[in-house]
Design a protein around this ligand. Structure first.
Ligand code: URP
Ligand code: ZN
Ligand code: ZN
Length: 463
């Protein structure tokens, strides 16, 4: 039996902030003591958290590790991606497995287990991307849910690759409703976007900035509206992934005001970067190509407002890294060939603390809620994860609010040759990251080992 005491810190959950000592026994939170009241002499290890906060570990509900996409494969696999996540204070990820067109769901799930097995530094779970919905695959969804994969992603975008039509979306939503599963929607109308892309290329508009100019926010607003309507018709909840635009947010607000079970996440790139980054000199804008695209800077405040009003519940990363060299470069002559996606699995908490909590945009409790508690509740990980409570997994961060460092590709751990935040100084970061009570990162040093992370079966949707 291993017993660890975290002493002298201030515990922060989504609702409370209080001084306490935490006892961890065999990977779980076993007791919460008033400061100084833990029995002495009973612990194998003590972590001094004086002057620091003790937070539930981050949960990143949107990652793409080892994913074939855009003619290449995302640069982080389960080893490097989860190690990077741990360095940034994330202790659980939910990655997107993929069903290839025409294949059984089982094959996609097995392929993702094979990619992750024995490699992860922290716990991981899966969503499943469905690329065709028919009566056979709708039936197979039941087995997938039983195996703890309780959410499915569908795309209105990427015709010929991931796009499914409205009938397929509706049928998957009906089935998800029956099973207690959640549909995650990539809600951007991809068919008119493809026409705009072809028209731009025909005019010789090949630079990265045309990625944003050919994916206007109305395509996302329309997709969001349609997804909400289809979910309402199917009597099912829906979760909008990577919401980026003001008009899309309006659709979510309107749906929630009508009492519909509509949920939405945004991502740090939409809160901190803008379409101006796509227009950087030369080909540098390719670093900022992701889908939906970065939007005008003014929309950042709309998204912050959505986080404040709880119309946006989650900030996850959509970590989908591609190196400039050999990957983003595929689109040197055409923005349409730049693999879509940005790295972010390691930098989410730094950015949100520095740019959200320190600036007074969100409280510490809201920080915990959007990065850990809400994704845990929405995706069936709560109460084992996402909070600090007796019996919960001891997935914890000791957070030093004064830790100051500069985000640099050369010191981050993601296996990608740039960070969109190069040179940015941030204040606040984890001194210790614990997974199941074991310290995996201490003072920027990795203490864990490959394969420590486990696959987590998630419960069905119950909000
Ligand atoms: O650009 C992005 N977001 N790449 C990952 C795929 C997706 O749509 O989430
Ligand atoms: Zn997407
Ligand atoms: Zn994604």
């Amino acid at each position: 039996m291993t017993r660890t005491l975290i002493t002298g810190g201030t515990v922060v959950t989504a609702v409370d902030t209080y001084a306490a000592d935490l006892a961890i026994v065999d990977g779980k939170i076993a007791a919460i003591f008033a400061p100084g009241h833990a029995p002495t002499g009973t612990f194998d290890a003590t972590i001094d958290a004086r002057g620091k906060y003790v937070l539930p570990g981050g949960i990143d509900a949107h990652t793409h590790l080892d994913m074939p996409f855009g003619g290449t494969s995302s640069a982080d696999d389960f080893e490097s991606g989860t190690l990077a996540a741990a360095h940034g204070g994330t202790t659980t990820i939910v990655d997107f497995a993929i069903q290839q067109k025409g294949e059984p769901l089982r094959k996609g799930v097995d392929a993702w287990h094979a990619k992750a097995e024995g490699k992860a530094a922290i716990d991981y779970a899966f969503h499943l991307i469905m690329t065709d919905v028919n009566e056979r695959t709708a039936a197979e969804m039941g087995q997938v849910v039983q195996e703890g994969i309780t959410s499915f992603k569908l795309f209105m975008s990427y015709p010929g690759v991931f796009l499914v039509d409205d009938g397929q979306i509706f049928r998957a939503m009906q089935r998800a409703g029956e099973l207690g599963a959640l549909i995650c929607m990539h809600a951007e109308n991809g068919l008119p976007i493809d026409i705009l892309v072809q028209q731009a290329l025909a005019k010789g508009h090949t630079a990265p900035k045309y990625h944003a100019l050919t994916r206007p926010q109305i395509a996302e607003a329309e997709g969001t509206h349609r997804a909400i309507c289809l979910a309402e018709m199917a009597g099912a909840p829906v979760y909008m992934v990577h919401l980026s635009a003001e008009r899309a947010l309006k659709q979510v607000v309107e749906a929630r005001d009508r009492g519909l079970p509509t949920y939405a996440e945004t991502c740090p790139q939409y809160l901190f970067l803008s379409e101006d980054d796509l227009d950087r000199p030369g080909f540098e804008g390719a670093k900022y190509v992701c889908t939906p695209p970065l939007r005008p800077r003014s929309m950042q405040e709309d998204l912050w407002r959505g986080l404040k009003t709880h119309d946006l519940q989650v900030v996850s990363t959509d970590h989908c890294p591609f190196c400039m060299k050999g990957q983003k470069e595929l689109g040197k002559d055409s923005f349409a060939k730049i693999p879509n996606g940005m790295p972010g699995i390691e930098t989410r908490l730094y950015l949100l603390w520095d740019g959200g909590v320190r600036t007074g945009r969100i409280s510490m409790n809201r920080f915990v809620e959007i990065t850990s508690t809400a994704p845990a509740k929405i995706f069936g990980l709560y109460p084992h994860k996402g909070t600090i409570a007796i019996g919960a997994d001891a997935d914890l961060i000791v957070w030093d609010p004064l830790k100051r460092h500069t985000l640099k590709q050369s010191t981050l751990h993601m296996k990608v040759d740039y960070t969109p935040y190069e040179g940015q100084e941030v204040v606040g970061g984890p001194s210790h990251v614990l997974s199941h009570g074991r310290v995996v990162v201490q003072d920027f040093k990795y203490q864990g080992k490959k394969g420590d992370g486990r696959f987590v079966k998630r419960s069905t949707f119950s909000l």
